[in-house]
Design a protein around this ligand. Structure first.
Ligand code: ASP
Ligand code: MG
Length: 412
């Protein structure tokens, strides 16, 4: 929602659903650019830092963006002739822990919402925010409105949670990289979880976790369509995130190709191949609050081995320094190498559970393009490889074709 005009159009869309007989709760995020604008103002007064007192005020501030858009939407709904009322997180209340800027929802009261719905009102609830046990306003992390919406849908046992966004659904891969990418009509929530965590940033990942835990059907659809398309047509547009694997019509083995440019690789060379070495290296990294992703250890030669893993690019410099200064000397490692120019590419699909040879198809497709694989990791429903970043687009395109995901002429 970027302007009064956009808010009016959202109100008309909501009114359409309500007039079709649905009870509707709307969870707006801030007007576009507003959260950045607010946090930017704070940054002008004091550079962002991680003192609790600063983070508290950041949340206090950022939460106003959603308060404004919620009230504006309620006003617009009333102007459309609807009964509507808006609430902030603390009015509902949406209770969270005290983790400012990344709080987790603990519980949501439904009494007030339910009473309004029963009285025929459209209820508007601020996304992104809640209140902690001491009455402080908290926020759920960037993109947190998705999670608010899912959590509210879960406690209200909603029929479906519709996430209106600026893309029209979940794609087999990023259409900017592969123009032949297709929109998926449905995707299982487990696949969605992998795709979200692997960098397809359509949704805040925690919202998908909520959908899975509480089995709330969730649909990602476009907010850019004309508001007056028939609601029943709209209701089957976009991508449905489902739990019923058997009913999946598209029986593709691989549903999507996800990728992540935001990782870096670190190798610790020549460490003794004895029990406790992995724990020492990764323990030190974990103690610095750095998350590790793909891990490999080479077979040992003459009692020595090499150990490699990936971390997020934001943590790369710190992790490298920590290993070079502290860990490597204590283990007698010969060298610590770093490579920030890597990318991770993954094939994702619940069909992989029941098919063999999926990984080898992946490796063959990559080798035919001359892409060298540096690391591999697998789970039941995905296989990831770490490659040189400069081959990322080539690799994604090759895999998209190899697994039959390219849009065909008729299907387009
Ligand atoms: N307004 C918040 C943000 O920009 C939450 C959201 O949009 O989902 O991150
Ligand atoms: Mg958002």
């Amino acid at each position: 929602m970027g302007s009064a005009e956009r808010i009016r159009s959202v109100a008309k869309r909501v009114a359409k659903w309500a007039r079709a007989g649905h009870q509707v709760v709307v969870v707006p995020s801030a007007m576009s650019g507003e959260t950045n604008r607010l946090l930017g103002l704070a940054g002008e007064l004091a550079p962002a830092h991680i003192d609790k007192s600063y983070l508290r005020e950041q949340d206090m501030l950022a939460a106003t963006g959603e308060q404004a858009s919620s009230a504006l939407l309620a006003i617009a709904l009333q102007a459309e002739g609807m009964q509507a009322i808006s609430y902030t997180g603390w009015q509902v209340p949406v209770r969270t822990d005290s983790g400012y800027t990344k709080a987790r929802i603990e519980s949501i009261d439904t009494e007030r919402i339910q009473a309004d719905l029963n009285a025929g009102r459209v209820v508007v609830i601020t996304g992104f925010q809640g209140i902690d046990g001491q009455g402080h306003i908290t926020t759920l992390g960037r993109g947190g409105s998705d999670t608010s919406a899912l959590a509210i849908a879960a406690v209200l046992k909603a029929d479906e949670c519709l996430i209106f966004t600026d893309v029209d659904g979940v794609y087999t891969t990023d259409p900017r990289v592969v123009p032949a990418a297709r929109r998926l009509h449905s995707v299982s929530f487990e696949e969605m979880l992998e795709m979200a965590s692997l960098g397809s940033k359509v949704l805040q990942i925690r919202s998908v976790e909520f959908a899975g835990k509480y089995k709330v059907p969730m649909r990602v659809l476009s907010s850019m369509t004309p508001w007056d398309i028939d609601w029943a047509v709209e209701a089957s547009s976009g991508t449905l995130i489902t739990f019923e694997e058997d009913e999946k019509m598209e029986k593709a083995v691989v549903s999507g190709i996800a990728f992540n440019r935001g990782e870096a690789k670190i190798s610790v060379l020549g460490v003794p191949d004895t029990p406790g070495v992995a724990a020492t290296i990764l323990g030190a990294v974990a103690d610095a609050n750095i998350e590790v992703d793909v891990i490999i250890q080479n077979i040992s030669k003459e009692g020595k081995t090499d150990f490699s893993f990936t971390v997020g690019q934001a943590d790369y410099a710190q992790a490298l320094e920590l290993l070079r200064e502290k860990v490597a000397p204590s283990l007698g490692a010969s060298e610590v190498l770093g490579d920030p120019s890597i990318a991770k590419v993954s094939i994702v699909g619940i069909g992989m559970r029941s098919h063999v040879g999926v990984a080898s198809t992946m490796f063959r497709a990559l080798s035919q393009e001359g892409v060298n694989i540096q690391m591999i990791s697998t789970s039941e429903i995905k296989t990831s490889v770490v490659i040189n970043e400069k081959y990322l687009e080539l690799a994604v395109r090759a895999l998209h074709t190899a697994f039959g995901l390219d849009k065909t002429e008729q299907a387009a």
